[in-house]
Design a protein. Structure first.
Length: 243
């Protein structure tokens, strides 16, 4: 069966989340007078990310809404029992720095142009719709995607098969006609395959492994899609960022 659509992850797939977050977090911690307390920038980032992952896990589990998860991050990093308004202001100062660093990866626009005529495109993200819609509009690519499906609006999140099924349903396509591209092996590639899609692992860091199909950059994607679905039969089974 012919591949008709590509579903995309956003953070660290289309958008350089890790790079933007690193620069913004370090700048924010320094401005708040917290950076020197960690000893090294890497120690500060380790704590920042640990707090983020814990709060984001609670968001994905439905224990916190998206704003609530941000407030928990502010309290966890600041080490203070901040009121909601204080937490919003604290986190907002970080967000201003973070948004100033927003950028697409250099290979994103070329691959979207190359695939524009042959495939339909959508987004499936574990973030919030409001957050990702604004991000994609700011980056100038929201109109490239027919649908934007986010975990906050579902009762599940990647790698739950239901999340992938919801995105395919939004596009009006069966899973076997859809490829999912993301930077997380388990959450994205393996989750997509378990739901019946072709899961393409975008391994930008070159960590390797036996997963097939795997690409090191998006420039490889058009050639890969040209070989599908023939490669599906030969394919062998083998995080997430919130702001």
């Amino acid at each position: 069966m012919r591949i008709r659509a590509v579903l995309w992850d956003v953070d660290d797939t289309l958008f350089d989340y890790t790079g933007a977050d690193r620069l913004a977090a370090l700048g924010h911690l320094a401005a708040e007078g917290l950076l020197d307390g960690y000893g090294t920038p890497e120690a500060a980032l380790e704590h920042w990310r640990a707090v983020m992952e814990q709060a984001f896990a609670r968001f994905l589990a439905g224990e916190l809404d998206f704003l609530g998860h941000r407030r928990e991050r502010a309290r966890g990093v600041a080490g203070l029992d901040l009121a909601d308004a204080e937490a919003d202001e604290w986190f907002g100062r970080y967000v201003a720095r973070y948004e100033a660093e927003w950028a697409l990866f250099p290979d994103v626009l070329p691959v979207l142009d190359a695939l524009a005529d042959g495939y339909r495109h959508g987004v499936l993200s574990n973030s919030s719709t409001r957050n990702q819609d604004r991000k994609l509009r700011t980056l100038g690519v929201r109109d490239r995607f027919e649908v934007l499906v986010c975990a906050e609006d579902l009762r599940c999140a990647k790698p739950d098969p239901g999340a992938f099924a919801a995105a395919c349903e939004a596009m009006g396509l069966p899973p076997e006609e859809v490829v999912y591209v993301g930077d997380q092996l388990v959450t994205d590639a393996q989750g997509a395959r378990a739901a019946g899609l072709t899961g393409v692992w975008l391994d930008r860091l070159g960590t390797g492994g036996t997963w097939t199909p795997r690409i090191g950059g998006l420039a490889e994607l058009p050639g890969l899609l040209g070989r599908l679905p023939a490669d599906r039969a030969a394919a062998q089974p083998g995080g997430q960022w919130p702001v």
